[in-house]
Design a protein around this ligand. Structure first.
Ligand code: IPE
Ligand code: IPE
Ligand code: MG
Length: 243
């Protein structure tokens, strides 16, 4: 039986997280500006979201902009935030049609007002989506979220994992999500870069050299197939050994 500490969300499929890395290198390899890679990355995300339910994924959390990405050149940060705002506005109708609920995960106080308004209206418009819960992490840092959640916990007498997960959701401006089952990183690096550190305590990790703009439905299928071959023991014994 799963030892997951996740909170019940009413959907029972997989929670897959993706670190969508490699946009800049994808563009550089084609002699194009990095922003072209980010734009191609939006298309790849649309593809992944459309394929996700067919692979048994009910929650998909993707890393779009980390708190540490503020340290990139101003022009790239501005291009990314503008792309996010425009993509939200464009994709919201598609999400409604495809029964997708959209949530943005992370702090909002450092985002430009027009982006915050686009986030709020996209979340409102898609709130009843049931086929897929698409969570997009923006200005997100797992460690910062944990510090802020811990600060809210100081007056709790005996906090549980569930209490902490609830506080994390509060500081990340999202309803509580289940634990991550499968964490995918594209672009060849094998690290977590401060993404969902608490939620991924028992996640299966999957790294692929494929650059994010090239990642397609077949790649997602391969990752899920590999996940289903893994033996998740949660500290216990496998079914065969426990026999
Ligand atoms: C991931 O692609 C997208 C963001 C971090 C916003 P990168 O921009 O990190 O692309 P690479 O890793 O430089 O190729
Ligand atoms: C992680 O990628 C963040 C996103 C994909 C949004 P980075 O490219 O920022 O991570 P590092 O710098 O390689 O660790
Ligand atoms: Mg990168």
């Amino acid at each position: 039986m799963s030892q997951s500490t996740s909170l019940v969300t009413g959907n029972s499929g997989l929670h897959v997280a993706i670190i969508m890395d490699g946009n800049g290198r994808w563009a550089a390899a084609r002699g194009r500006p990095r922003a072209t890679g980010h734009a191609a990355g939006v298309t790849a995300l649309r593809r992944a979201a459309e394929a996700a339910p067919t692979h048994g994924i009910s929650t998909l959390t993707v890393y779009a902009f980390s708190a540490d990405n503020w340290s990139r050149p101003r022009t790239e940060v501005a291009a990314l935030l503008t792309l996010l705002r425009r993509s939200l506005a464009i994709e919201v109708d598609r999400c409604v049609t495809n029964d997708v609920r959209l949530s943005i995960v992370g702090r909002r106080d450092r985002l430009p007002d027009p982006l915050v308004r686009a986030i709020e209206s996209a979340e409102l418009a898609t709130a009843s989506g049931r086929r897929l819960w698409l969570r997009v992490a923006v200005d997100y840092s797992a460690r910062d979220s944990m510090i802020r959640a811990a600060a809210l916990m100081t007056h709790m007498p005996a906090p549980t994992r569930e209490d902490f997960a609830m506080l994390l959701a509060t500081v990340d401006n999202t309803p509580p999500a289940p634990d991550v089952d499968l964490m995918i990183r594209t672009g060849g690096e094998q690290r977590l870069s401060d993404f969902l550190l608490w939620e991924s305590a028992y996640a299966e990790l999957y790294f692929t050299p494929r650059m994010w703009p090239d990642f397609d439905a077949a790649d997602l299928g391969r990752a899920v197939t590999e996940y289903r071959r893994r033996d998740r023991r949660f500290g216990g014994l496998s079914q065969a050994a426990a026999g």
